[in-house]
Design a protein. Sequence first.
Length: 199
Amino acid sequence: MELVGTTRQRLITATNESFRHRGYHGTSVQAVVEAAEATVGSLYHFFPGGKSELAEATVQETGAAYGDLFSVFLAETASAEEAVRAFFHGAADALVESDFIDLCPIGTVAREVASEDERLRTAAADVFGQWVDKLVAPLVAVGIDAETARDRATAVICLLEGAFVLARTSRDAGVLRTTGSFAAAMIAEAVREASARRV
């Protein structure tokens, strides 16, 4: 891992990398500060709440960055349907390149701590909500009603998280590609239904 940025940024980067490899419970404060070339004192300076507060910041900041990736796909494709398909297919390629290491540990952390750490549960829920919002906006823009757009966007995020789990455990990135095509078809269907109602 290349060390760049401020001490705080390095701590978040190191925590995210550890979450990708070992999950929340497998990540220790000592391992994070060593990977970040920081000190325990500096970690508690930036994150007085310790591991939980550091994890919260990591989920919030890296979750927002992952969400921004979808905006990139939206800008580079002609429709939300194509952006969804491209996002899943891009995730599949990245998963293979990483040798099936967790690309986005937000879901992993959420599954580990949702019942035991309200701070992290809320942080993960906020991130997932932001991702849904990223997809709702372009769907509403093409005429899909807000409720349907939110339902479809939520389903896409559920499909993405589930596909990550199955693809990693089976070591088969094709799971992501297949699921992405299904998710894109679901979006296309909603667009067609909205167009038909306007006729």
